[in-house]
Every structure is written in C-alpha cells, then in structure tokens.
Design a protein around this ligand. Structure first.
Ligand code: BGC
Length: 762
C-alpha cells in the first residue's frame, strides 16, 4: 500500500514537473517572440499598444475616441472596445494587420457582465443563487457567445464588496460578504477563461474595479473611499485576490482614491500589492478616462497624471489618450523611463500572444459560430433556470404562493408587461425585444389554466425630471398619457374581478448600475400610491419586485401577502418568474446583501463589529449603540430567503470542543424538510472569534452547503472547520489565528442560527 502511495506520489510529482516544464517552454517561446517583436518597435509604436479606444457603443464618460481607423493604421492603438460582430471586427483587425507597419493585431473587448446576447440575471441576483457551478456556467456561456461575436476580452467580473445599497453599482457585484465574493470571483474567472483563454471559445477576463470602488462615501458613485488597512485586507481586497489566484488575465483600476492617492496612480496598489505581493502577471487597464480624471482629483495636468499612472503600474489607458499624447514628452524630459514603457508594452503583447492573436488574428471571426452559438435554445433554457434559481422569496403569508392554477389573476404594475426593463443594467449586447415579459411568461406557463386581467396601474415614476436622468440609454421610464388616477382606477377594477393581485413593481433597469446612486431606495411614489389603493380592495397581494439593489420595503412587508424578489433576471425573466409563481420551481435564493428598514441604517451589513456598547434589542437601550427611531437589525438579513416548504434545524454539534494547529473539527446539524414541497436549502455556517488582539465581527460566513430535500426528508450536514478558517489580519497585517474561544453558528440565514462553542488551543 505504502509503495503504491509512493508510486502515486511520484507520478503526481512527475505530472507536476512535466506541466511545469511545458509552462516554462511556452513562456520561453512567448518571451522570445515578444522580445524580438519589441526590438523592431519604435517608442511611438510601443506607446500605441497601451492605447485602448472605443468608436462608440458603451460610452460612460464624456470622451469618445476620434479617427480610430487612421490611429490603427499608424500603430497608435493596441485594443478596441465597443464593437461586436465578426464582420466589423474582421474589418478593424484587417486595418491593424494589413496596414500598420508591424501588423500587430488588436484585442477586442467589451462589457460582457451578466451574459452577452443571452442575458442572465444581474450579478447581484446570480450571487443570490449561492450556486457556484451555475455562476461559472453563466460566465462560460457568456464567453462562448462573446467569442462567437468576435470578442476576446470581457470587463468582468466586478468583485467590489459593497455595504451601501444607495450605490447603484451594487447590482454588478456579489453583495456584502467577502467569503462569498471570493467564491463568485473564482467561479466567474474559471467560467470565462476555462483552463486557458487560448481556447477560441473562452475570453480573457478583467477583474474590476481595483480597488475598494464599492466603498464610495454616502453611496455616491465615483466618490471618495477611505478605510483602514485592516478593513481593506480583511473585507475588501480578498475577492480581487481570489480572481488573481484564479489566473485572471487582466485587472481594471478603479476611479476612486485609495489611501489618498487615486487607484490609477497608486503604486502601492498596482505594483507593491498586486504584482509583488500577489504575483499578478497580466496587464492592468484603467477604467474609462480614469487617467484624465486624476486632473480633477487634483493630481496635476494630463502629462503628469499619465506619467504617474505608468509609473504606478498601469499598462493600458482606456479612451483618455493620456499615454498616447504625453508619454513621449515625459520620456524626453526624464519623467518616465523606456523600461517603464517597455514593461507595459510587453504585458499587452503577452496577452495578445496568449490569446493566440499572433497565430491567427481572425480566430474570433467565425461566421459559423456567430450564426450558431448565440441566443441558442440551450442558452435561453440556461437563462431561465439561472433566473429562477436567483430569485429570493422575501415573504409568503398563508401560502399565497405558489399561485393556484385556474384562478383569476389581476396582473398589474409598470413592469408587468415591459420588455425594455427586463434585462437590467449593463446588458449592452442584450436585445430587450428578445426578452420575455411577466405577462407573456404567465401565459406561457399557465396556458389556459389562468385567467389573467392586465392593467398597467402606474408609471415606474411620475417625475419627468427623474425619468429624463434615468433614460440616458433609452426610454426605460415611460410616462403614460393616461393620468395616474386613471391608471390606478383601471388596476382596481382588474383587482376587483380577480382572486389574487400580482403587482410587478420596482426599479427601471438603469436606476441601478453606473452613475445610478439613489438617496431614497424605496418604491417610487407612483407605485406606492397604486399599492395603497390595491390594499383597499382586500384582495391578496403578491409583489414581484424587479430591482438592482436592496430596497426599503417596510410598508410592503407589512401590507403585501407575498414578496418575490426577482431582480432583473434577463432574457427569460418572464418565464422564470412564472415558473416560480406557479411552483414549477420552488424558490431557493438567499440574499447576499442586507435589506435595511430605512436609509438611515446604511451602511448595514451582517458582519459588523460588536462595539463596546452593544444593544441586544431588549430594554430602552439608553447609552447603548442603537437608534432612537428604528431598530438596529435589517428588515431582511444577509442569507435570508424563504421556500414554499420549511426547513427545521437540529442543534449544532461539534466533533471536539477544541481545535489545534494542523487539526480540523466538524460542526454538524440535521436539516429536515418539514413542509409539503421538495426544496433546496442553503445551510450557512458562521464563526465568531470571541477574543482577539483586534476586534472581530459578531459573525462571519465561513462555509455553506446547498442541499435538496424531498418533503419529509432529513439530512445531516457536516462542515469541516480548520485553523485557517479562524485566521484574520492583525495590526501587522499578518493573517493569524489566535488561541481562545470561538462560536460556530449554523442556520438558514445570518440571523436565524443555532450555535455551539469550541476553543482554539496552542
Ligand atoms: C465602468 C467600467 C466599464 C467601462 C467600460 C466604465 O465607466 O466603470 O465598469 O468596464 O466603463 O465600459
């Protein structure tokens, strides 16, 4: 046996060393190729490789690139974003390959964020599935469609931890938790890149926005961030690192400052941390005109900020052309060195080499794949499944859901029959016309079994000035020619004839996403007025919420019978919503961001500190850490989500009351499906370190397991806890586990848990 093991060990070692030799040989070949090419390049041409332009498409800043064709011809462009389609991409590539002096191909990138042509739920929604295989698959399908459309580089995953739902970009991330954020980051990179992005059905991913972009003060986009190093290391940086560890090919710098220096000129961030400590080998691109914006940050003129960015470790300048227009001057004046330009150019050329563009610059221009691999039935079926799995049931009184077939449904609300808003923000290549509305979905799923009376009921908002801002990318908020009262009256008439009201309410797609911060995250007045009147009918109300952020739903929680949070769930939204409403899929999503009771509670997150004056919720709370006018706890906590069935948890047991360095213990619980439906439950494990040299949160997610149980079935769920799970960053920024008492909690969400104790001993 021992011999066998040794042979096994030897053969593994042999495989590893063979793999290493293969990598070394590939690297040596790449180095030889890139350095021989660079010897032929002028400094101008090297700087040209650092220039990323867009002829249009997704424009999120005030600048759009000009004279793109002639710049490509002159070797002044390294990469391009904003165009799709093998025909267009081939044409642009031909200019670079046939007409530029050194024939260097371009990389074609785009914001492929939650699907490419087949749109999946917004990332915040996907994260609520807690299903990493599914999330990986969503990125894999996106990569397959993107490459069929001529692209080889996507600006995703966005892994910014965020604790403030006023910030519209929470929709693009995975919520407030670091542990879960790391899992999602890994899954997305794996899905996009596969084992190698040299595969022409895979893309190079770009993790963003490095770093701390999600901590914008007051939830206002592009605003200042400022935090302690411990907070950075412990909560905000790990998801970016997880993407780097997963082999992400590129990193995007963020707009915000980090420790007083904008990320885009922050040498500590881009070089010391990212490259030296984390060993990142790919290239760093700025965010849209982030170099130029450092002028407004107050760092100097364009020449200075461009030089600072290069010196900090930025390799590619998105759209702003600060590198293109100033680096030569800076070189002449000794403000940057050739070595710095060479290092950046080399990284960009290496990415092109790894993508296989030097072998075949047209490898992503495959018309056959363009015709066969996009918006396929299989991709749409996946979108429908992923959407159902991302939805979170927030309330379900008296089992009003699932809806019974054969009943009359009053389907109301401005989002009930609305293709324009189904896809959500950052679905730049999605076609809203291809999306399924809730009205269509209900008809598709229930067929003749449901009698549906539709009435729009209200506008998303009646505020024309607000609508104008939201409608920057198209008419998402349409103000009806009927008066608000007339629409409400129509909805009330529909309700009076129905057994149940399904009100599809929430936000327009671009009320979240970039530059979409909100100071009030409740439903708009127009929608509240509709709900008020519907309530008076006495009919049961099911709210289906389409939203990109946690919202304040205190009134809705008290007055609706059921609330299903469907997020913006993409191309197949309507079908998936109907699947859930009719019980063809039993909801299993769990929130990855806390839902506050009101805006005053923000920032609100489950893994907060205890403080020196914690408030338990009992008594007046004078001189304890709490509010006079609202409780401390959120309306719906992190990890929360109901099912049509119910799950009961036994007490938690631990395999040993102590754990030592190098050892593991097991914490276990038995979960029973005590309801009437089969269902999937995400069993969550949290740990609290009771005493430490730095203060530790009241609980932190350290594991979860998703189990599917038949009605009446029970299963024991075991979690392995290792000393590594107990580690944290101390004041020297070292990750340590300190001996002492710990609590382990297991439960159905971060609030409703059972607990046991154990000790870490030396
Ligand atoms: C956004 C990025 C995006 C880029 C390119 C920026 O405004 O912050 O997330 O990738 O534009 O579209």
């Amino acid at each position: 046996m021992k011999k066998l093991l040794m042979i096994g060990a030897c053969s593994i070692a042999l495989h590893i060393s063979q793999a290493q030799t293969k990598t070394n040989t590939q690297d040596a070949k790449m180095n030889a190729f890139v350095s021989s090419l660079m010897q032929k390049m002028t400094v101008e041409e090297k700087i040209g490789q650092l220039n990323l332009v867009t002829p249009g498409g997704t424009v999120t800043g005030s600048v759009v690139s000009k004279d793109v064709d002639s710049k490509i011809r002159n070797g002044q462009v390294g990469s391009l974003f904003g165009i799709t389609g093998p025909d267009k991409i081939r044409k642009a590539q031909e200019i670079a390959v046939n007409n530029s002096r050194l024939h260097i191909p371009l990389i074609f990138g785009l914001d492929v964020i939650h699907g490419h042509r087949t749109i999946f739920p917004i990332p915040l929604g996907l994260s609520c599935s807690w299903n990493m295989d599914m999330i990986e698959k969503s990125a894999e399908i996106a990569a397959s469609e993107a490459t069929a459309d001529g692209l080889s580089w996507v600006y995703s995953p966005m892994v910014d931890i965020a604790r403030d739902p006023r910030w519209g970009r929470v929709s693009e991330g995975s919520g407030e938790d670091t542990y879960l954020g790391c899992q999602v980051a890994k899954a997305m990179v794996k899905g996009y890149q596969g084992s190698s992005y040299s595969d022409p059905t895979k893309v190079m991913a770009c993790v963003k926005h490095f770093a701390l972009y999600g901590a914008a003060e007051a939830g206002r986009d592009y605003n200042t961030t400022d935090m302690s190093r411990i907070k950075m290391y412990e909560y905000y940086l790990p998801p970016y690192k997880a993407a780097v560890d997963a082999g992400v090919g590129s990193v995007m710098s963020s707009f915000n400052e980090v420790d007083g220096v904008p990320a885009t000129a922050n040498k500590w961030l881009m070089t010391d941390l990212l490259r030296k400590q984390w060993g990142f080998k790919g290239f760093v691109v700025t965010d849209y005109t982030a170099i130029n914006e450092m002028i407004d940050h107050g760092l100097g003129d364009l020449q200075r900020v461009s030089a600072e960015a290069l010196k900090a470790g930025i390799d590619m300048d998105m759209v702003g052309e600060g590198f293109l227009t100033t680096l030569q001057k800076s070189l002449k004046e000794g403000k940057v060195t050739v070595a710095q330009i060479n290092a950046a150019c080399k990284r960009v050329l290496e990415a092109k080499y790894k993508l296989g563009l030097f072998d075949d610059p047209y490898r992503y221009c495959n018309e056959q794949r363009f015709n066969n691999a996009i918006l396929t039935d299989a991709n749409r079926a996946a979108a429908r499944e992923f959407a159902a799995k991302s939805m979170v049931l927030l309330k379900n009184n008296n089992n009003v859901l699932p809806l019974q077939k054969g009943k009359t449904i009053a389907l109301v609300g401005p989002l009930a029959d609305n293709k324009r808003n189904m896809l959500g923000t950052w679905s730049v290549s999605g076609d809203p016309e291809k999306s399924i509305t809730v009205l269509q979905g209900l008809k598709n799923v229930a067929g003749s079994d449901a009698n549906i009376i539709y009435a729009r009921g209200c506008n998303i908002s009646d505020d024309t000035a607000f609508a104008k801002k939201v409608n920057a990318f198209g008419k998402e908020i349409e103000i009806d020619t009927r008066s608000p009262q007339q629409m409400i009256d129509e909805a009330v008439v529909a309700a009076s004839k129905a057994d149940v009201i399904v009100a599809v309410l929430g936000e327009a797609a671009d009320m979240t996403g970039e530059s979409s911060s909100m100071s009030d995250i409740g439903l708009q007045k127009s929608q509240k007025a509709l709900l008020d009147e519907l309530k008076r009918t006495g009919k049961p109300i099911v709210i289906v919420l389409l939203n990109g952020r946690p919202m304040t739903l205190t009134w809705e929680d008290q007055n609706a019978d059921a609330i299903l949070d469907a997020w913006f769930s993409g191309t197949e939204a309507g079908n998936a919503i109907a699947d859930v409403l009719f019980g063809n899929y039993n909801p299993s999503g769990k929130l990855t961001m806390s839902f506050p009771r009101n805006v005053g509670q923000i920032p609100i997150y489950y893994n907060h500190k205890n403080t020196g004056r914690p408030y338990s919720g009992v008594g007046a709370g004078k001189f304890r850490s709490n509010y006079l006018d609202v409780s401390n706890d959120p309306l719906y906590p992190f990890g929360f989500g109901l099912s049509y069935t119910s799950f009961t948890y036994s007490n938690v047991t631990v395999s040993s009351p102590t754990i030592k360095q190098g050892q593991k213990i097991t914490a276990s619980v038995t979960v029973t499906n005590s309801g009437k439906f089969d269902g999937t439950e995400t069993v969550q494990l949290y740990i609290r370190d009771l005493v430490g040299t730095v203060t530790r949160p009241v609980k932190e997610l350290k594991g979860y397991q998703q189990i599917t149980l038949k009605a009446g079935e029970s299963r024991k769920v075991d979690f392995t806890i290792s000393v590594d799970d107990l580690k944290f960053y101390n004041t020297d920024l070292k990750r340590v586990a300190e001996p002492g008492d710990f609590k382990v909690f297991i439960g159905t969400n971060s609030r409703d848990v059972k607990e046991a104790d154990f000790k870490l001993v030396q």
